[in-house]
Design a protein around this ligand. Structure first.
Ligand SMILES: NC(=O)c1ccc[n+]([C@@H]2O[C@H](COP(=O)([O-])OP(=O)(O)OC[C@H]3O[C@@H](n4cnc5c(N)ncnc54)[C@H](O)[C@@H]3O)[C@@H](O)[C@H]2O)c1
Length: 335
């Protein structure tokens, strides 16, 4: 590794944010890869990455001694194949969310990371969204007291995105995009033990799954949660999130420049709300990559390893199953 992390980025649409993240934190982008020649050329030209570092076939990178880590930013269905290939070739991997679409795939990815001893980080990027980092800090500080209800939504109009790999029945909106809201609630409130969900399919005729789902969940004896996912919504993208505690309430999202905090005075009366300014950065790939790089260079655990990514997938799958069966689902113990 010498003194610089050498990284390959595979998949150059959202993956371009990772190229920027890597360059922004001083890593060396040793290779970029995309099987689409136009996407490869565009990324190469945009970031000044020469033709000798551009590849159409990721397998040509597996044996390269001068590559320490790979970012896997290809369609969800390919995460397992590429992540396992790079891990087994001795590379650390930052894999896009959702970790994978099936329990079998997440298990194999965890096994590949365990057996290779290489780090696997899942890009649950909301943990780097400035408003949500601040929310996590306020919860940990006790400013809200004990949490009794947490809710988050993933409302994102996919009308122009649907088709191709996103129309795969396995790529249900709850796991594809809703995994952001699920992961955020898990980060803030811990692991849910049971979920119950309803879904409707009214807005996106081109996908074979519900485009709106609401799930309620129980985290323990005294904490409840709710996730709403709409991928056909007629509004701007938002992840509006409200955190209710015994001493206060926080309202925030990933697209607003301020968050609203309610707390109580010494008589437990609700005070005037405080507006907290916050940077709007819903896709903070720079901080995410920096966190991955620091874990490797400092040999520390990554923030969201395979087991963490798998728990989020498990909750999403339970929500989808509940919405189909009409039954509450216990969340299976994470592997
Ligand atoms: N963190 C986020 O907020 C966020 C946002 C968007 C997408 N994503 C995730 O990023 C991943 C990519 O999404 P996208 O929107 O960029 O998809 P996309 O379909 O727009 O782009 C995927 C790219 O991967 C390339 N590709 C496909 N198979 C390949 C292969 N075998 N080898 C090399 N290149 C290959 C395609 O040619 C394409 O350029 C998905 O897992 C998605 O869920 C995450």
């Amino acid at each position: 590794m010498a003194n610089k992390l050498n990284v390959a980025v595979i998949g150059l649409r959202f993956g371009m944010a990772h190229v920027e993240g890597a360059l922004g934190c001083g890593a060396n982008v040793a290779a970029i890869c995309d099987c689409d020649a136009e996407h490869l050329r565009e990324a190469g030209e945009r970031y000044g990455i020469g033709e000798e570092k551009r590849f159409a076939d990721y397998t040509r990178l597996l044996g390269r001694e001068d590559i320490d880590a790979a970012v896997v930013a290809v369609p969800d269905q390919l995460h397992r194949e590429l992540a396992c290939a790079f891990l087994r070739a001795g590379k650390h991997v930052l894999c896009e969310k959702p970790m994978a679409l099936t329990r079998g795939d997440v298990s194999e990815m965890i096994r590949a990371s365990d057996e290779s001893g290489r780090k696997l980080m899942i890009g649950q990027i909301c943990r780097f969204t400035p408003a949500f980092e601040k929310a996590k800090e306020l919860v940990a500080s006790g400013a809200l007291g004990e949490l009794y209800f947490v809710e988050s939504e993933y409302a994102h109009d996919y009308m122009k995105l649907v088709g191709g790999w996103r129309a795969d029945p396995l790529r249900h909106g709850v796991i594809g995009g809703g995994c952001h809201a699920v992961d955020l609630l898990r980060w803030l409130a811990g692991d849910p033990v049971e979920v119950f969900a309803y879904g409707t399919h009214r807005l996106l005729p081109t996908v074979p799954y519900d485009d709106a789902t609401v799930a309620v969940m129980r985290f323990g004896e005294n904490t409840m949660g709710k996730v709403f996912v709409s991928t056909g919504c007629k509004r701007d993208y938002t992840m509006r999130t409200v955190i209710y505690g015994t001493k206060g309430t926080l309202i925030c999202d990933n697209t607003s420049p301020e968050m609203t905090l309610f707390t109580v005075d010494e008589t437990e009366t609700t005070k005037e709300p405080v507006k907290i300014p916050v940077e709007v950065n819903s896709h903070n790939a720079g901080r995410e990559f920096a966190s991955f790089a620091e874990a490797i260079t400092g040999d520390k655990p990554v923030l969201t390893d395979g087991r963490e990514g798998a728990k989020t997938v498990e909750v999403c799958l339970a929500i989808i199953e509940s919405s189909k069966t009409g039954r509450p689902m216990r969340i299976a113990d994470s592997r």
